[in-house]
Design a protein around this ligand. Structure first.
Ligand SMILES: [Zn+2]
Ligand SMILES: [Zn+2]
Ligand SMILES: [Zn+2]
Length: 353
C-alpha cells in the first residue's frame, strides 16, 4: 500500500508506505541495520560490478563506450528497491468523511555518487561532485515533465544516525504529487514578501548578512555559506547562491562546478571539525513550471519569487519529546559561534578543494 493521507488537525499530508516494514517484528530499536565501517562488503549493491543487484538504471554518467547497467560509471541513478512512492501507481484522490486520501504516484530514486565503496561525498574531487550535482539536475528536469508530480526533493542521509541504510555513499530523491509542507511554508513566505515589497526575501537576507559578517562562514563570487540566524540545529549551514534564481535545475555545468567547490569545502570542514558527523542535506528549489496551454495554474505553479538553496544539518542532537510535541527546537550552539569555528576550519581546508 502506498498512499497519502491528509491530517486535518495538523493541516499536512503523510505518506503511508508499507514497502519496507509493517509488522511489529520488522522494527528494530538499534537503527535500521546498516553496519558502519564495513569495507567493501560482498553484498553491497552499489559497488562497481554489482549493477545487476539494483533495479535497472534511470540515468548515469559513464565512460564512453560503457553500456548501461555494467561497469564504467561515475554516477548512477536507480529506482529505490523499497520505494516510498512509485511512478506506476495510478493517480487518484477521494474523500472519506472528514479525511482525504491521494494516490502514492511519485518516484523514489537513489543517486549512487561513486563506484568506490570507501569514499564519502566529501572525499570526492570537485569535478566528481559536479557530476553528482549534474545528476540531481537531470533527474529534476526529467521528473518535472510528468504533470502528476508537483515536487522533487533531493536529500542525503549520511551515516546510520542520519537515516542511511547502506554505507556506500548515495543521495536520494522523492517526487510527490504535492509540495512538501516545509517547502510550501518557505514558498508562501517568499511569495508574500515579494508581493508586498517587490524584492526577494533571501536576496535581502544575503545582502544584510554579508554586511553584518557574523554568520557568514565562507563566500565565493557566486555562493555564500551561512549559519542561519535562527538555526534549529548546532552547526547547521545553508549554501545560498548570491544571484537570484528560483530553480536549481536551471543551473549550467559551470555554475554547478562552482557549487561543487563550496559543497566540498563545507562537507570536509564538517567532517574534520566534528569527527565525520551524521548529517542530512536537502535542496530546496521551486516546484516545476507548468506553462503549457490548458494546464491549471495552481498557487504553486510559477515560483520566480523563490530563491533555491541547500540546507546541511549535522545530526549532533536527538529530536526528542519536546521537539516532537512542541515543534520548537533547542539548539545548544549559537549560530555565530558555529560560524566562527566553521570559518576557521574552512580557511584550513581551502587548499584541498
Ligand atoms: Zn559498495
Ligand atoms: Zn533572491
Ligand atoms: Zn529551505
Amino acid at each position: 500500500m502506498r498512499e497519502l493521507r491528509f491530517d486535518p488537525i495538523r493541516n499536512r499530508w503523510v505518506i503511508i508506505s508499507t514497502e519496507r516494514s509493517r509488522r511489529p517484528s520488522d522494527y528494530t530499536l538499534d537503527g535500521n541495520g546498516a553496519k558502519e565501517n564495513e569495507r567493501t562488503p560482498v553484498s553491497c549493491p552499489f559497488c562497481e560490478g554489482s549493477e545487476d543487484k539494483t533495479p535497472p538504471e534511470i540515468f548515469a554518467i559513464r565512460k564512453e563506450r560503457s553500456s548501461p547497467n555494467s561497469w564504467g560509471w561515475r554516477v548512477r541513478v536507480v529506482p529505490n528497491k523499497f520505494p516510498a512512492l512509485q511512478i506506476e501507481d495510478n493517480a487518484f484522490r477521494y474523500g472519506m468523511g472528514i479525511f482525504d486520501v491521494a494516490s502514492g504516484a511519485g518516484a523514489h530514486e537513489v543517486i549512487i555518487e561513486t563506484p568506490d565503496h570507501n569514499k564519502g561525498l566529501a572525499d570526492l574531487d570537485v569535478d566528481w561532485i559536479k557530476d553528482v550535482l549534474i545528476a540531481f539536475r537531470e533527474r529534476i528536469k526529467d521528473l518535472f515533465r510528468d504533470q502528476r508530480l508537483r515536487y522533487v526533493l533531493i536529500f542525503k542521509n549520511h551515516r546510520t544516525k542520519a537515516g542511511a541504510s547502506l554505507t556506500h555513499t548515495h543521495s536520494q530523491l522523492i517526487a510527490t504529487p504535492m509540495v512538501p509542507p516545509v517547502v510550501k511554508q518557505e514558498l508562501i513566505v517568499c511569495r508574500e514578501n515579494y508581493r508586498s515589497k517587490e524584492r526577494c526575501l533571501i536576496c535581502d537576507l544575503i545582502k544584510q548578512e554579508i554586511e553584518f559578517k557574523e554568520r557568514v562562514v565562507y563566500e565565493t563570487k557566486s555562493y555564500m555559506i551561512w549559519t542561519p540566524f535562527a538555526s534549529s540545529f548546532p552547526f547547521e549551514t545553508w549554501i545560498l547562491p548570491k544571484n537570484h534564481l528560483h530553480d536549481y535545475s536551471m543551473l549550467d555545468d559551470k555554475e554547478l562546478r562552482d557549487l561543487a567547490v563550496v559543497l566540498k569545502l563545507n562537507l570536509i570542514s564538517l567532517k574534520k571539525l566534528l569527527n565525520d558527523p551524521p548529517y542530512n542535506f536537502v535542496i530546496h528549489t521551486s516546484p516545476p513550471r507548468f506553462d503549457r496551454p490548458g494546464y491549471p495554474q495552481h498557487w504553486d505553479s510559477i515560483e520566480f519569487d523563490f530563491h533555491w538553496h541547500i540546507e546541511i544539518i549535522p545530526r549532533l542532537t536527538t529530536i526528542a519529546g519536546y521537539e516532537l510535541g512542541a515543534g520548537f527546537f533547542i539548539n545548544p550552539t549559537p549560530p555565530e559561534e558555529a560560524a566562527h569555528y566553521l570559518s576557521e576550519e574552512m580557511e584550513n581546508n581551502y587548499e584541498e578543494v
